[in-house]
Design a protein around this ligand. Structure first.
Ligand SMILES: C=C(C(=O)O)c1ccccc1
Length: 371
């Protein structure tokens, strides 16, 4: 019976344990460049079986928040190389989350001050994070997006491919995670609430999933399926995401992923950062059914469960064979040495929400390790 502390091979990666640091946006990369603080922050958390970095923009168009990192500039890649060197020196494994925000952005962050892009011109009832001239942060309404022309999509797919290749070859990452969750671009194409297209990328489930598979195929062709994971959030309402009937949609997605040999499938259960039993559609979402469909379709990647797990729930999920890996977010913010604390049932530091987004070392690199 597996435990959280057993090693596991995940695609090309040999992980020391089943405990994953979830992707966590912290808004501490001015000019999209991870700096000294990020080197320290990720290095401190290298005992995780796997670190998934904060969401990282594949292009300027893919940026949606102030001071989030990128993978599309030499200085950004050099900054990340310092991070991966620190994590590897501490014996850790780290993958970068490839991100295009789609409509969750603001004109001031977009190339030439243009509109954010999306499958359809539907403004999100959501906010993004900007930094004022005095350096203080503020959450503001996202801007009205414009609908992408289908002819633009190959260029965005290329941006994912290029970012993935640079992540491995220049920034030293062990792999990449495609961000297909939380109401960002790929998820905007998937969900009926955000995709009102009438072309080959809209309407049917097959059409709405088309862009996701084009991105997956481009990334796996660039870096290998054994270095590629994907994050999905079937029912999250994050960023005003919604779908009328998520179960058949995401069953279709994982069945398509089953034949693609990915290293892992990362599932946000319920509302991101909120209620695990949150659901959309007319019945509760069935995650066991989702996983069974993936395995039935030949999927052998690790199953990475996330959202609201504590040690007890995580141990049960792994012992029962439902989850191969469990990702912790807020617990890793506050506990750089989470793995050893969980192993010893040590007391856990409480995260300070006031310092989650933006700022300096406070609430970022200054959480203590246990004695
Ligand atoms: C990248 C994010 C996600 O995946 O939800 C994010 C962005 C801003 C704040 C919190 C989370």
């Amino acid at each position: 019976m597996a435990t959280l502390f057993d090693p596991l091979r995940v695609g090309d990666l040999a992980l020391a344990n089943r405990i994953v640091m979830a992707p966590l946006t912290r808004n501490r990369s001015p000019n999209a460049v991870p700096g000294d603080l990020s080197v320290t922050y990720y290095g401190q958390r290298a005992t995780a079986g796997l670190i998934v970095t904060e969401a990282t923009a594949i292009s300027h168009q893919g940026q949606g928040y102030a001071n989030v990192p990128g993978l599309y500039g030499a200085d950004q890649l050099a900054g990340w190389k310092r991070v991966t060197d620190a994590v590897h020196k501490a014996g850790g494994k780290i993958v970068v989350q490839l991100w295009h925000v789609g409509r969750i952005s603001h004109t001031t962050l977009q190339p030439g001050g243009g509109k954010p892009v999306a499958p359809s011109a539907i403004r999100a009832k959501s906010k993004t994070f900007l930094v004022k001239p005095d350096g203080s942060g503020e959450f503001v309404e996202t801007s009205e997006p414009r609908a992408l022309d289908a002819a633009e999509l190959p260029g965005i797919v290329d941006d994912f491919r290029r970012a993935a290749r640079a992540a491995i070859e220049e920034a030293g990452f062990d792999g990449v995670e495609i961000h297909g969750a939380n109401g960002y671009l790929i998820d905007q194409f998937l969900r009926s609430g955000t995709n009102h297209r009438s072309d080959d990328y809209g309407g049917s489930i097959e059409n709405r999933a088309r862009f996701l598979f084009e991105v997956v195929d481009a990334v796996t062709s660039a870096v290998g399926a054994g270095k590629t994971g994907i994050r999905l959030s079937p029912v999250t309402p994050a960023n005003d995401a919604s779908d009328a009937d998520p179960q058949p949609l995401f069953n279709h997605v994982v069945e398509g992923l089953g034949a693609r040999g990915l290293a892992y499938i990362h599932i946000v259960e319920g509302a991101t950062g909120g209620a695990r039993d949150f659901s959309q559609g007319d019945k509760p979402f069935d995650y066991e059914e989702l996983k069974a469909g993936y395995r039935k379709a030949g999927g052998r990647g690790a199953w990475l469960a996330n959202n609201g797990y504590d040690k007890e729930l995580a141990e049960k999920a792994v012992a029962d064979g439902y989850a191969d890996l469990v990702a912790f977010g807020k617990l890793f913010i506050a506990n750089p040495d989470l793995v050893s604390r969980l192993k010893r049932n040590a007391e856990l530091n409480a995260p300070d929400k006031a310092t989650f987004y933006g700022g300096d070392a406070r609430g970022y690199t200054d959480y203590p390790t246990a004695a």
